[in-house]
Ligand binder design. Structure first.
Ligand code: SF4
Length: 443
């Protein structure tokens, strides 16, 4: 029984893929270890969304050189988005010839056979497929992290081709899972005791477009409402362009779908949005937010914002700041544009110098922090349903959970509340969390 160690880079899709990799390894008899030095098999699940993520993979692989030399039986595997890039498998093999196994995002299910080949034939194995198989492979074993919140893939790939994004090239075109397979997995998650599921996809609200109209994302949420055991349903990531009125209505009427809307805006200038090929204007985005807030006043609104896209002028950036002031996002993932080779934006004129990007991101973070703090301070006195996730690291006796808006809430309480849904009255708001006291009057 060899110990296995998985290092995951990147987003929740990758985190979940690693849970599937772990499930397959355990079904082969491998056991988990937290120590890379003890591992008999090491899998790196990679990300290529930014250059920094790739550099981290290269340096991790470099550090494994000595370990492999000392233990030739060690199996080193690399999978994930990075391996799907053109010529990357050959480049990885050239730079790190001691890597035994390279496979892609479209053939995770083949891992057991690929490992067998490495073990029996003692050769380097590379298998990267250009697309998912015609029939999606279902029923793979999953070793989920945690006991309360579970991820559930509802679709793969993306058809949007935003000009800065490499995802459609490495994750392929949109493919929706069949509703019955999703429901079956959700029911299993519920039976296993998880209280919350997060539906995953690059663009979840375009779910079903490839299913001949049998179901859309709103319909899928309605079906999931009836799954036993699950108290909360979240989803990520949704695209503002595909956020329909029907979807807002379904969410507003649901008892389980959380009132958290993560809607990546990316920029506040129509010129930049057009160059990004985002498929909506600033005005359309603001209208969508207005619709959401008017039908769900308690909604938490969060976003992704990029600064320094090619050609972004000061006036465009000012429009982004203005949009942030107007919407008053509860929080934002802010990041600096980073050219990815092979994407149209990488070849666009007007690449922004790094010092300018740095100045803009700092201004944006300052503004967002100020708004996040103000909004959290305004929460004092609110009563929220909180799903208790565990103990806070900051102080003993302090518990931590999330409200339906996905805000972290801390409060004093006994450990036997973990996994329970309780009511908490917010007493104070901070930059990144709320604190409160258990509300015993209700529930
Ligand atoms: S919607 Fe745009 S940013 Fe998101 S994964 Fe697809 S191409 Fe990338």
């Amino acid at each position: 029984m060899k110990p296995y160690f998985i290092k995951t880079f990147g987003c929740q899709m990758n985190e979940h893929d690693s849970e599937v990799v772990a499930g397959m390894l355990e079904s082969l008899g491998f056991i988990p270890t937290d120590r890379v030095a003890d591992a008999g098999i090491i899998i790196l699940n990679t990300c290529c969304i930014r250059g920094t993520a790739e550099n981290k993979v290269f340096s991790f692989l470099g550090r494994l050189r000595k370990q492999k030399k000392a233990n030739p039986d060690l199996i080193i595997g690399v999978c994930g988005c990075m391996t799907q890039q053109d010529h990357m498998a050959a480049r990885l093999h050239h730079l790190f010839p001691y890597v035994d196994l390279i496979f892609g995002t479209h053939n995770l299910h083949r891992l057991p056979e690929l490992i067998k080949r490495v073990e029996v034939e003692r050769v380097n194995v590379q298998e990267v497929l250009p697309a998912l198989p015609k029939e999606l492979v279902e029923g793979l074993p999953v070793k989920r992290k945690g006991k309360i919140r579970a991820w559930l893939n509802i679709m793969y790939g993306c058809d949007n081709f935003c000009t800065y994004c490499i995802v459609p090239y490495v994750r392929g075109r949109e493919r929706s899972r069949r509703p019955e397979d999703i429901i079956e997995e959700a029911a299993k998650i519920g039976r296993e005791g998880y209280k919350e599921i997060t539906l995953l996809g690059q663009n979840v609200n375009s779910y079903g477009k490839d299913l001949d109209g049998i179901l859309d994302f709103a319909g899928l949420l309605q079906m999931l409402e009836n799954v036993g055991g699950i108290d909360r349903i979240r989803y990520m990531t949704s695209h503002p362009r595909d956020f329909t009125d029907k979807l807002i209505e379904v969410i507003s009427q649901s008892g389980k779908v959380c009132e958290h809307f993560h809607l990546p805006v990316q920029a506040g200038s129509n010129r930049v949005l057009g160059n990004m090929k985002r498929g909506y204007t600033r005005e359309e985005y603001l209208k969508l937010i207005e619709k959401i807030v008017s039908s769900i006043p308690r909604a938490t609104i969060t976003t992704d914002i990029m600064v320094g896209f090619p050609g972004e002028e000061e006036v465009d950036f000012e429009e982004t700041l203005e949009l942030v002031r107007q919407v008053r996002f509860d929080s934002s993932y802010t990041f600096v544009y980073n050219a990815r080779s092979g994407t149209p934006a990488a070849a666009m004129p007007g690449q922004i110098p790094e010092p300018v990007k740095k100045e803009r991101i700092q201004a944006l973070i300052r503004l967002q922090n100020q708004i996040s703090l103000e909004k959290n301070v305004e929460e004092a006195g609110q009563i929220y349903e909180v799903l208790v996730e565990g103990e806070s690291n900051s102080r003993s006796g302090l518990l931590l959970g999330r409200n339906r808006g996905n805000k972290i809430v801390t409060f004093e309480g006994s450990k036997n509340l973990i996994t329970k849904n309780i009511l908490v009255t917010i007493t104070e708001g901070h930059l990144a969390h709320l604190s409160g006291i258990i509300n015993n009057n209700k529930r």
